[in-house]
Design a protein around this ligand. Sequence first.
Ligand SMILES: Nc1ncnc2c1ncn2[C@@H]1O[C@H](COP(=O)(O)OP(=O)(O)O)[C@@H](O)[C@H]1O
Ligand SMILES: CCCC(=O)OP(=O)(O)O
Length: 354
Amino acid sequence: MRILVINPGSTSTKVAAYENERCLWKTGIDHSSQEIKRFARVGDQYEYRIAAVLETLALKDDSLDTFNAIAGRGGLLNPLIGGTYLVDDNLVHILQNAPGGEHASNLGGIIAYHLGQRVKVPAFIVDPVAVDEMEPLARLSGLPELPRLSQSHALNMKAVARKVAHKMGKNYQDVNLIVAHLGGGISVAPHYKGRMIDVNNGNNEGPFSVERCGTLPAYQLVKLCFSGKYREGEILTKILKEGGMFAYLNTKDARLVEKRINEGDSQAKLVLEALCYQVAKEIGAMATVLSGNVDRIVLTGGLAYSNFITQEITRRVSFIASVEVVPGEEEMEALALGALRVLQGEEQALVYQG
Ligand SMILES: Nc1ncnc2c1ncn2[C@@H]1O[C@H](COP(=O)(O)OP(=O)(O)O)[C@@H](O)[C@H]1O
Ligand SMILES: CCCC(=O)OP(=O)(O)O
């Protein structure tokens, strides 16, 4: 079986071709902020990104009509259980209108659907951002109108969790893990016997990330919103795109920050240490969700390539459980394998009811 995998991010589209479990090729297409700025809404970018994917296929000397399915990263839908979902008319319409919020991952299903239609093969999304396996207890925020929402890097966290469990000689369903995805956004989740029973919302709760604020002091945030200095969109940009490390140091690149630290920049050191401190605190909180029964703590995502970051977090949390570092992400493989499980009849594709 051949599967084409599409993973759109805010500034790039990753594309890969798989033959069963084997990756044939993988590449990233960069989109400049000028190009992206032309589109009022994320959903409007799909034709532009499809053209880029088709160009990539041509460059790779590959052809759309050789694929048995297209798998795309899924986005901000209503809360749903993990698994592989068929992208049908209804789902593509919902992703296009983005009632759950604008996010580049919404484009994964849209692009997969349109490419699939061209060559009459199914399109799937796998473990979308909105995967929700939270316990009822975890949903209360303290204000009934504002229930906590499960929005996370579920795709990578579950793929990496399966791998770590396998390395331990166990099934994902037999272990308790705390997985911290440390990327553009940060998600920290306790995985209790194969279910993500709590997680900070990777967009606006928990630790600050390289570009997002994480949890903010609520009273001061309300005052800022009503200060008359900012429009709603400007505040949202501060929270989602220009907060966290970027707000303090004017860069989202942790490699540059490490370089500044090595050159003696004490503010850079303080900020990166604070990011690690907040991640460690979140891991500690999630250990209480598992009543301390934690088999492994897993650090993954782009920031897990950094020794400074993994050491700084590990020294604070290793009293809870041993720490496994799985740098980068396994999203492309997870998308391919999710589609493959359905094509091979191991799993039935779920249908999103919306
Ligand atoms: N080798 C590395 N050392 C330190 N930081 C890294 C390294 N590689 C990537 N990063 C950092 O990881 C962050 C991006 O993580 P990534 O998982 O690629 O995010 P996303 O996929 O959400 O865009 C950036 O701050 C980047 O600088
Ligand atoms: C809301 C969690 C998903 C997410 O933030 O993905 P990116 O880091 O890829 O934007």
